[in-house]
Design a protein around this ligand. Structure first.
Ligand code: PHE
Ligand code: FE
Length: 299
């Protein structure tokens, strides 16, 4: 906790078949709140205002309620210490400041201990609509509200513990688990009162995808199915071709409670699925038109 660094230190960019993946230093940092510029606060304000307007009627009730309760405002970039007072009282989670993406095992270990790493820096005005890597807006606005929800808070801790275990089992297990995170925590949809709503943080922090995921004819919208999701590839630099829909956070918790060791063993013998595939066994809410889908890369 005392490994304090004031500046983000980018170590490298990994080029993968899913796109460029930046890799950062691992230290936990004090949020350098006083060093945010007027421009930083203004970026927060404009992103916050735009997303709040878009998310009414689109984000899940749990997200919207939690966001109110957490006391983030449009005025300025929140102080992690203020958020932590409310969050730790609600579910025992705390935020920690980080410089960016962490190595997998560090990340899992934080989650397993109910610590959520939040990137301390915010995107530049020229990255307003799109940024390749997680910044403060994505992490804080996107991920933190649902940590106020008791069931989701437990899911995230269980995921962290499952991550430590998968890491020990091997690269394939880890890849299967990572897909679960992607299609739930980052890009999940939930059905509320018969209507689809957003809970994934990658969506709630993106104005374009907030609309696209619910209103576009292009993507598939398919009912949650654990092993099906774990077989499904994804890419990180375009809108998703497929969104998976849960009925409740309890469903997510129940489906992921069993030991995944036999699941990983079973999946090891099955081919992965391209991101846009629809299977006969899928519960299809909407079959995507496929319009505008990228055809390059591993999807
Ligand atoms: N039950 C999972 C396992 O045995 C742990 C887990 C829980 C993983 C919730 C993801 C989400 O690995
Ligand atoms: Fe994220």
């Amino acid at each position: 906790m005392n490994d304090i660094a004031a500046q983000p230190r980018r170590l490298e960019n990994l080029h993968t078949d899913k796109g460029k993946v930046p890799v950062y230093a691992t230290g936990v940092v004090e949020q350098p709140w006083d060093s945010y510029t007027a421009t930083d606060h203004d970026v927060w304000r404009r992103l916050y205002a735009r997303q709040c307007e878009l998310l009414v009627g689109r984000a899940s009730e749990a997200f919207l309620r939690a966001q109110d309760a957490m006391g983030m405002t449009l005025d300025a970039i929140p102080r992690f210490s203020d958020i932590n007072e409310v969050l730790s009282a609600a579910t025992g989670w705390t935020l920690i400041g980080v410089e960016g993406l962490l190595p997998e095992l560090d990340f899992f270990d934080h989650l397993a201990n109910r610590r959520f790493p939040v990137t301390w820096w915010i995107r530049k005005p020229e990255q307003f609509d799109y940024i390749e890597e997680p910044d403060l807006f994505h992490d804080l606005f996107g991920h933190v509200p649902l940590l106020m929800n008791p069931v989701f808070a437990d899911y995230m801790e269980a995921y962290g513990k499952g991550g430590v275990k998968a890491h020990g089992i091997g690269a394939d297990a880890l890849q299967h688990l990572t897909r679960l995170y992607w299609y739930t925590v980052e890009f999940g949809l939930i059905r509320e009162h018969g209507q689809l709503r957003i809970y994934g943080s990658g969506i709630v922090s993106s104005s374009g995808e907030s609309i696209h995921c619910l209103e576009s004819a292009a993507p598939n919208r398919i009912g949650f199915d654990l092993e099906r999701i774990m077989r499904t590839r994804y890419r990180i630099d375009t809108y998703q071709k497929t969104y998976f829909v849960i009925d409740s956070f309890e469903q997510l918790m129940d489906a992921t409670r069993p030991d995944f060791t036999p699941v990983y063993a079973r999946l090891a013998t099955q081919p992965s699925l391209p991101a846009g595939t629809v299977l006969a066994s899928d519960h299809v809410f909407q079959r995507g038109s496929g319009e505008g889908w990228a055809s390059d890369g591993d999807v």
